[in-house]
Design a protein around this ligand. Structure first.
Ligand SMILES: [Fe+2]
Ligand SMILES: [Fe+2]
Length: 364
């Protein structure tokens, strides 16, 4: 048996870091997060191909869409078309920002392929409803694409926080358009806009947007779990300045925005209640004000030796334990899916707690 000199043991003890044994290093946290994202992407790709593989041409009865929609509805369709014209920029820039990461990078390509179908679908809707002439649409499209859309945030964390709210906002817009096309949105302007084909168009996209929202929400939760402090700050940055994409690029955005606002498709009420609050609820944050107040008060909590290590953090209005449970569930879902293929025998995915502790008070 090896019997080291007492001085050596003492020395090792002195050099032992003052952090809990189970605390994952930053590199380990990043590795676990990337591995979970890869599994989530694999799961997503399978669902996307098997359940949402629709075509903007052949999945819709274009010859039976109405051709006498109200001016308000025509403006709404034109606006959705315009926002989706920047899809080459949305895709190329988010792919470039995520290119180092297998799961996230490939997801952004897949996401772009789905957004590309939304773009084509609104193009077809604009033509077949006869809302605008083919020549007008071509000219308008040419003009829109003359300006290159730029990322609002350029790091993957802020992009993730932003797209969670943005995907939720598009989903709300499209779901309310479904209601309008079914005669169920209380706006007199849509009184004669009932149209099952248009309802199917908006419904199909809304289902995709819900899938996008859920993917990004899971990724944001992973960030929150592995890097709570900086993620809460990023969410706060995004919430403070949230606006729909491309609003400053579309020349007649004002008319479009005014129409969706007036008719109840997307107003301040929807933005606050159905977008910001719903997303914060899903993330596990009490509300916008609590988030802002929490950022001000929060800081890294010193360990018993007075060193500022990221072993614990203080934050009010946010439940780290609930986030851990949600992340555990995600790992289970990934494990289950990957076991069906056989990845579990070669490269198993395993949940390991971060070891981070949420303090009850700033002084603790
Ligand atoms: Fe979309
Ligand atoms: Fe989307």
């Amino acid at each position: 048996m090896i019997n080291p000199h007492a001085r050596i043991i003492e020395e090792i003890e002195e050099q032992r870091p003052n952090t809990p044994v189970a605390l994952l290093s930053l590199e380990e946290r990043q590795r676990h997060m990337d591995r979970a994202t890869l599994g989530l992407y694999r799961w997503y790709l399978n669902v996307s191909q098997n359940k949402r593989n629709w075509s903007p041409e052949t999945s819709f009865d274009w010859n039976n869409i109405r051709t006498d929609h109200s001016e308000a509805m025509k403006t709404v369709i034109e606006g959705f078309f315009a926002v989706e014209q920047y899809v080459p920029d949305y895709t190329s820039k988010t792919v470039a920002a995520a290119r180092r990461d297998h799961g996230r990078g490939h997801f952004q390509i897949r996401w772009g392929s789905e957004e590309e179908k939304h773009s084509d679908l609104w193009y077809n809707a604009l033509l077949f409803t006869r809302a605008r002439s083919p020549e007008w649409v071509r000219d308008y499209q040419y003009m829109l694409r003359g300006t290159e859309w730029q990322l609002v945030w350029d790091d993957p964390l802020h992009i993730t926080a932003y797209v969670v709210f943005q995907e939720r906002a598009t989903q709300v817009n499209y779901l309310n358009t479904v209601l309008a096309a079914r005669g169920k949105l209380e706006s007199p302007e849509f009184a004669n806009d009932v149209d099952p084909v248009l309802a199917q168009v908006a419904q199909t996209i809304a289902v995709d947007e819900a899938a996008h929202y859920n993917f990004f929400l899971e990724v944001l939760r992973l960030y929150l779990y592995y890097f709570p402090q900086k993620t809460l700050e990023a969410i706060n940055d995004v919430v403070k300045s949230f606006a729909m994409p491309a609003n400053e690029y579309i020349p007649n955005f004002e008319r479009f925005y005014e129409t969706i606002y007036r008719t109840g498709i997307y107003s301040a009420r929807e933005a606050a209640r159905d977008v910001i609050q719903v997303a914060l609820d899903n993330i596990g944050i009490v509300g916008k004000r609590a988030l802002e107040a929490g950022i001000k008060k929060s800081r890294l909590v010193p360990n018993p030796f007075g060193e500022m290590r990221e072993t614990s953090f203080f934050f009010e209005g946010f439940d780290y334990h609930a986030v851990e449970n949600a992340v555990r569930k995600l790992f289970n879902r990934v494990q289950e899916y990957e076991a069906k293929i056989g990845f579990d025998k070669i490269d198993p995915v395993k949940f390991i707690p971060t070891g981070l502790v949420q303090s009850r008070s700033p002084a603790e």
